[in-house]
Design a protein around this ligand. Structure first.
Ligand SMILES: C[S@@+](CC[C@H](N)C(=O)[O-])C[C@H]1O[C@@H](n2cnc3c(N)ncnc32)[C@H](O)[C@@H]1O
Length: 224
């Protein structure tokens, strides 16, 4: 297996990074000033959550992953302006990020807020939150780690909950811990939608690996 790599910033002076080329693996704690419990936000957009969470939880490192470079750069500029050594932005597709993190991390939390709904029926397979996403989260979260979800799309909310439901190790939390101050907006999209008066659907889960259904054993290959 290849040694994890510490990537150089994509643009000078900004906490904005790219993944190592496959099959490279990411030395994720090298992106921050100090090693600390790590949280990941998927689809960070312009980075409002990253900066709010970075200020609220200075003893945690917070990594955003954003696939569109323009937004990833805007997010990284916001982090740089706020001078947050515990926050960084990765310009990448989260599906690639999972591969470079495989076996390297135990995340304290995964956040996914207002993922693109892909309204058209034929586009729904592009949604980032699917059964594979939940399976990845269950392997990268530490025991007791949390998955936080918010969206303005009621149908997508129920679909996400239905993707999590077959995995009893995700225990739904009745009280959703406040991630940022009550009066603040969680993300740029939350601000926009709350001002428009749209309802917001949110939930959170805590991982309890003792409740996981064991994976069925793989059949032995001939000659093993
Ligand atoms: C609707 S926006 C929400 C942005 C932000 N979470 C907010 O609430 O303001 C969804 C974001 O997810 C990003 N995104 C979509 N698919 C992604 C993927 N596979 N990996 C990383 N980011 C992704 C999009 O580029 C977009 O910025």
């Amino acid at each position: 297996m290849t040694q994890p790599e510490a990537p150089a910033p994509l643009l000078p002076g900004l906490p904005l990074y790219e993944l190592p080329k496959p099959p490279g693996r990411l030395a994720v704690q090298s992106l921050f000033a100090h090693p600390a419990p790590l949280e990941l936000e998927v689809g960070s957009g312009k980075g409002l959550f990253l900066t709010s969470a970075g200020v609220a939880r200075p003893a945690h490192n917070i990594l955003g992953v954003e696939v569109i470079k323009k937004y990833a750069k805007r997010g990284a500029e916001r982090i740089a302006k706020a001078k947050l050594p515990n926050v960084a932005m990765m310009k990448a597709d989260v599906r690639q990020l999972w591969l470079t993190l495989d076996g390297l991390v135990e995340l304290a939390a995964v956040h996914i807020y207002f993922p693109d709904p892909w309204w058209k029926k034929r586009h729904k397979k592009r949604r980032v939150f699917d059964a594979d996403f939940v399976a990845r989260v269950s392997t990268v979260l530490r025991d007791g780690g949390e998955l936080h979800i918010a969206t303005d799309v009621e149908e997508y909310f129920h679909t996400m909950c239905a993707e999590v439901a077959p995995r009893p190790e995700f225990v739904r939390l009745h009280e959703i811990p406040s991630v940022v101050g009550e009066s603040e907006y969680l993300t740029n999209f939350e601000r926009k939608y709350r001002i428009e008066g749209r309802p917001i659907y949110r939930t959170a889960y805590r991982l309890d690996q003792s409740l996981a259904i064991p994976e069925p054993a793989k059949p032995m290959e001939a000659g093993q």
